[in-house]
Write a protein that binds this ligand. Structure first.
Ligand SMILES: Cc1cc2nc3c(=O)[nH]c(=O)nc-3n(C[C@H](O)[C@H](O)[C@H](O)COP(=O)(O)OP(=O)(O)OC[C@H]3O[C@@H](n4cnc5c(N)ncnc54)[C@H](O)[C@@H]3O)c2cc1C
Length: 380
């Protein structure tokens, strides 16, 4: 793919690859084992300016694009899926605030880029996930304040966040048109964080429930327009789904590299297992699907950077990449035989970590619904 990248994209990939090999990958097993927020690694990514990779220079960013963000994500997730996941949060938050926020909200961006201000985004609730419009958390106007009431689930970085972008109903009768996005500083009275969730994989991301017990925030904390947040969230998915696709891609690439190395080291029936055709074919299928996924993601990113709508392309990239990553990481584990089932080998962690990618940023069933609707529009 190198020949398709600009000079800047090649340079940022080199930076991300070096950081992934030298800092991220060596820390990955401990992050998984200890399941605590990897603050030191997070701050190192910030110091390298990577959180601002897709943000314009005038907003304090590096001034590259979505394509560059995807390239960086792939490299970081090659070292650790969880750190890749952590990388996505400030990148997306800074872009969201820059796009939709007021001058007051944009003042948060430097802190986010430097890793000093940790953001989180909270849409999902215990009873409503895919059905975003049915959320129950309310933000009711009281003079020059909103009073926020409700409970949010699965808040990535919930335990460590300084600010949470909370999606809540400012008009509970208006369906998806009644949803607004409000910035909530986590030190406000009435913000309660639950205990850290114990998860299958992606450890260290400080996920928890957060409840809002009549939390008062000034109306100036409204991001964008009142009632406009559903549309903002859906638009945001275009970019965030490319990030999640790139994360799964990086993990699949890591699994393939491990499978190839293991298949050369391990001998059975008098030869390296790579020489058994059944093993070779699993690796050939991995290489084919990884290459196809990379093309889908980069095609969508190029369209996005050129200002085209990419609901279809982002859904296709997310669905294809996360499904293929799950299948091929499982096959790479198979190539490791019994050792693949042991924590001694990285493939065991990749197998657990990648599973999430089919569930969040819209489940893969939701991606199929989006694709089907677009196909219907085009051909029915
Ligand atoms: C580790 C982790 C981190 C997360 N981080 C965040 C975060 O930071 N912020 C945030 O807001 N959310 C976050 N989420 C929540 C995530 O986005 C949701 O879990 C996801 O959107 C699915 O919602 P749900 O879990 O309620 O599943 P449900 O919506 O209840 O879905 C359950 C099943 O039903 C299927 N389904 C639902 N509706 C349909 C339909 N119409 N047609 C066909 N199938 C359907 C789904 O595909 C799924 O298989 C996180 C989740 C996890 C696990």
């Amino acid at each position: 793919m190198d020949q398709f990248y600009s000079e800047e994209q090649r340079m940022v990939r080199e930076t991300a690859r070096r950081l992934s090999d030298d800092v991220v990958a060596p820390a990955a097993a401990a992050i998984d084992r200890e399941d605590t927020f990897p603050r030191a690694v997070y701050e190192t990514l910030a110091e390298q300016g990577l959180f601002g990779v897709a943000l314009p220079e005038e907003a304090g960013g590096v001034g590259l694009d979505a394509m560059a963000a995807c390239i960086v994500m792939e490299e970081i997730a090659r070292g650790s899926g969880a750190v890749g996941n952590a990388f996505a949060i400030p990148v997306e938050a800074a872009l969201f605030l820059n796009h939709h926020g007021s001058a007051q909200h944009k003042a948060l961006i430097p802190g986010i880029l430097e890793g000093r201000t940790i953001p989180a985004t909270s849409v999902t609730e215990p009873d409503f996930g895919s059905d975003v419009a049915a959320m129950r958390t309310t933000a009711i106007r009281d003079g020059d304040h909103y009073v926020i009431k409700g409970t949010k689930a699965w808040v990535t970085f919930g335990q460590v966040a300084d600010v949470i972008m909370v999606f809540a109903k400012t008009d509970p009768e208006a369906g998806h048109r009644g949803i607004s996005c409000i910035l909530v500083e986590t030190d406000r009275p009435g913000v309660h964080r639950g205990k850290s969730e114990e998860l299958l994989g992606m450890h260290g991301l400080a996920e928890c429930m957060v409840s809002f017990d009549e939390v008062r925030v000034p109306v100036t904390n409204l991001i964008g327009t009142e009632g406009g947040a559903f549309k903002m969230a859906m638009e945001n998915f275009n970019f965030s789904r490319l990030m999640m696709s790139s994360m799964a891609l990086g993990m699949a690439q890591a699994a393939m590299e491990d499978a190839v190395a293991y298949a050369h080291d391990r001998k059975q029936f008098g030869k390296p297992i790579f020489e058994h055709q059944a093993v070779q074919f699993m690796i050939a299928d991995m290489a084919k699907d990884i290459a196809a996924a990379r093309l889908l993601i980069h095609n969508a990113a190029k369209l996005y950077d050129a200002g085209h709508p990419i609901a279809l392309e982002a859904a296709q990239a997310k669905l294809f990449t996360t499904d293929m990553a799950q299948v091929h990481i499982s096959n790479a584990l198979q190539i490791h035989g019994g050792n693949g089932y042991s924590r001694e080998f990285r493939i065991e962690r990749l197998f657990r970590d990648v599973r999430l990618s089919q569930i969040y940023e819209g489940t893969n069933q939701i991606q199929r619904m989006i694709i089907a609707r677009q196909v219907q529009k085009a051909y029915a």
